[in-house]
Design a protein around this ligand. Structure first.
Ligand SMILES: *Cc1c(COP(=O)(O)O)cnc(C)c1O
Length: 223
């Protein structure tokens, strides 16, 4: 059965607002990025019909298939790439997405800068930080962040913030705190952190972009 997407969005937003008020950051409401990867298109349409416009996808090809159809219908949609990106997909990513949250290495930063110049599309980017130092996960290691940021600025990128995905079995608190510390140190305003399991905590800790999939759309069916 299709979940009540509109009700879910309202619930998540209310909870975010409640947490922000609770800790006294109510004036800066975080942006809710509805993560639509793998979800059936009817569920994505339900979110659009409920008036939601900010979405996240983690794979370029899947996003192209879905949003190639939906974006012309909803031209005010803001699409965030939140997953790992191969340099050979940089061209497609720049053409489709409005924000790239997952820049994590100089080679990718270079490829994206080249494409943005070529296409005349200057997209805001986030640097993804591998705060949990997990081998299988994307993201720059803490000690390489400063160098990557310098590279990005030299390339003319508009680096607006940092993003992290804490290890599944860790308390996310320390990872969110670390991300916030790095952002402050480097003068970056935006913090993309928090998912379905910990979005309220992320809101309380100053997230500006919260990426929620399951709590809005229901469980993803990978079968
Ligand atoms: C899938 C995904 C999410 C959403 O996860 P949920 O637990 O379903 O809310 C958030 N961020 C990233 C980077 C993801 O890949």
């Amino acid at each position: 059965m299709m979940p009540d997407i509109k009700a879910n969005i309202d619930t998540v937003k209310k909870e975010i607002t409640r947490m922000c008020k609770h800790v006294g950051v109510a004036e800066n409401q975080p942006k809710l990025v509805a993560v639509s990867k793998v979800q059936p298109i009817e569920r994505v349409r339900a979110a659009l019909e409920a008036g939601h416009r900010v979405f996240g996808e983690n794979r370029v090809q899947e996003a192209e298939e879905r949003w190639g159809e939906l974006k012309p219908e909803y031209p005010d949609v803001e699409l965030h790439l939140i997953g790992g990106l191969q340099t050979n997909k940089a061209s497609n990513a720049v053409a489709l997405f409005d924000v790239i949250q997952s820049v994590d290495r100089p080679k990718l930063a270079k490829a994206l800068a080249t494409e943005m110049d070529k296409q005349g599309r200057k997209l805001p980017i986030y640097l993804q930080v591998n705060t949990g130092r997990e081998e299988q996960k994307g993201g720059v290691l803490a000690e390489d962040l400063e160098g990557l940021l310098a590279d990005c600025r030299t390339l003319g990128h508009n680096v607006v913030g940092l993003m992290c995905i804490p290890p599944a079995n860790d308390d996310p608190t320390l990872h969110f705190a670390l991300l916030k510390k790095f952002a402050k140190k480097h003068g970056l305003a935006r913090l993309s952190m928090g998912m379905s399991g910990d979005y309220a905590l992320a809101a309380a800790m100053g997230a500006t972009d919260i990426r929620v999939g399951t709590a809005i759309f229901g469980a993803r069916d990978y079968s």
